[in-house]
Design a protein around this ligand. Sequence first.
Ligand SMILES: [Zn+2]
Ligand SMILES: [Zn+2]
Ligand SMILES: [Zn+2]
Length: 157
Amino acid sequence: MTVQIADELARLHRLVSWFEVPLNLPSSALAGEACVWCVSPVDGTSVELEPSTPLPRWGCMPCYSARLAWYVSWYDWHRHFDTCLHCQQRRTCYIGHGRRVLHEQTMGPIDKHPECFICPSPLLAGDLVGPVRWEGDSRLYLGYAHLRCMTGRPSSR
Ligand SMILES: [Zn+2]
Ligand SMILES: [Zn+2]
Ligand SMILES: [Zn+2]
């Protein structure tokens, strides 16, 4: 069990390191002296990001854990959605809804603006929405789609 948790954390750590670091970093972050997200000075609680380089990249604890929370709660929601009959049949599911709410709470602090991967328009609180995962241009995307869009019917624009 501990091994699984360690593996899972290592996997999420790589996702945060690869996909969440901004493309254009200020020189202090490139020099390994500042957090890649908020540019606060590196200290003893900072987390070293992958891949390890001679000048390592760092995330401060608040910035790093905010992003990790987004990934953890997305996978919690996805794991439920994938195996729950209610969610699969587009019926009201309180557990699924709860996971969605928990996940949405992690978006504000890291400025994520969710939209439907298929139509694509913003996700409103009253919309039925599910987590979707897809791969494109050699990277992995985690996102969302309206359940009405997932049915495979052409989207009405
Ligand atoms: Zn930071
Ligand atoms: Zn469900
Ligand atoms: Zn949609």
